[in-house]
Design a protein around this ligand. Structure first.
Ligand SMILES: [Zn+2]
Length: 158
């Protein structure tokens, strides 16, 4: 049996916060605002997996009112979501994702992000795709106000 899921996540960019994406600290003068480490890519991947499981979204599992998740490493969210998947005897086949961010250029960071996510999902590096796009100066991403990530996941029964 196969299951698919999609996820999307946006965070506002502000000064005085680190910019975490796929568990990698991207050097930039702004970072993502949020209760946890506000890692939009990891949140989108976690939501895609929860979607494949019909288990709601990360806001249900890791509420931003809960002090336990303050400053949390979002790779820990992803790892908890994978426990749910394993309980259902499902494993990840592949993940495709896109990060929408005006600056900085993400190319130097992409492989480290792929490795972090592949490690948590228990798949090979070749099963995790991360693409990077800009907003062409247009919307909130394009104006440098936000970072957005989108992810799709395919899961299969063990
Ligand atoms: Zn988020």
């Amino acid at each position: 049996m196969f299951r698919i899921g999609i996820g999307t996540d946006t965070h506002r960019l502000v000064e005085g916060r680190p910019l975490m994406l796929g568990g990698v600290h991207v050097i930039f003068d702004r970072g993502a605002e949020g209760h946890s480490d506000a890692d939009a890519l990891t949140h989108a991947v976690a939501d895609a997996i929860l979607g494949a499981l019909c288990e709601g979204d990360i806001g249900v599992h890791f509420p931003d009112k809960d002090p336990r998740w303050s400053g949390a490493n979002s790779l820990d969210f992803l790892s908890r979501v994978m426990w749910l998947a394993r309980e259902r005897n499902l494993h990840v086949v592949n993940v495709d994702s896109t990060i929408l961010l005006e600056a900085p250029k993400l190319r130097p960071y992409i492989d480290a992000m792929r490795q972090n996510i592949a490690d948590v999902l228990g798949v090979d590096l070749g099963c995790v795709s991360i693409k990077a796009k800009t907003g062409e100066g247009l919307d909130a991403v394009g104006q440098g106000l936000a970072v957005t990530a989108q992810a799709a996941v395919l899961m299969e029964s063990n």
